[in-house]
Design a protein. Sequence first.
Length: 358
Amino acid sequence: MLGPKGCNVIIEQSFGGPKITKDSVTVAKSITLKDKFENLGACLIQDVAQKMNEIAGDETMTTTVLARAIYAEGVKNVAAGCNPMDLRRGLQAAVDRVVEFLSVNTKKVMTTAKIAQVTTISTNGDTHVGNLIAQAMEKVGKEGVITVKEGRTIEGKIEITEGMHFDRGFISPYFITDVKAQKVEFEKPFILLSEKKISILQDILPSLEAAAQLCRPLVIIAEDVDGEALAACILNKLRGQLQVGVGSSEVEVGEKKDRYDDSLNATRAAVKEGILPGGNVTLLKASLALATTGNMPGSTNPPSNPDAKIVSSGPWHEYYPPGIDALHTDDFVQGGRGVFGDCWHTIGNGKYADMVGY
């Protein structure tokens, strides 16, 4: 089940204690099927969830359920005589239509209070996590870098560090200083900046010697570093002669870190592109828009319109518990004013409420 009524999953790990999480990507990665053909299908779903996590950082479970719906409706329509390539073109046209629908109806997130609202929702109502992420974004700005680290306490805190962020990281894994976090971290290093590519050792030798004499780490930032220059840096690092950089936790703490990560990713996406009503209301309205268009361009009259069915039927069956028929509740479908209306059924408390809060 999706949403606030979703259950935690306990995952057995090869090392250490079990991991408790609701993060769908983590859950998907932990699944391996004995049948190799079935496992190929599971790997495809894992790949879909992982890509969604990399692009948006949230809604990976909805993506997984939609992928299942695409498969189910696709098989059904192909069996009924639809050409697979025509079906694919129709689905792509439907995707373009849905994206256009979403873009038109998004609302911008501008204030700290609205950011806190988004972060709290993405953590299933954890106001402490939501407020921390909102405070962090307020302090560093939209373009600031925010990272989440595991700590030794349950409560979270914010640490502000002045610095600079580059899109590219270290050039070789040999420079890693923190294997678990897969990062290079130095204190009070010398920094060598170069506007050009560095290939010759002589170009960096004076800096290497100066850093070695003063026992200080050296960070080289350049267009690229290769050849004998890169080899010399790696050799120095492996021998322990010079630190060069080119280019255990409790179960509850780990679970909370997952919530911080999800909240941070959702907030970044919201600030960048805006928000839409939650509870999969947006998908329902998008499916209604698709249903009025009939078959998408590029499809040659498939037996049914699978596009609207995929968008609507996939998540709703998983989101709503038994006893609530979301698709056929008149009040729910009609809503209030505007495209989305005001009041919708909330699963958290079983009542009708404002899904946006604007």
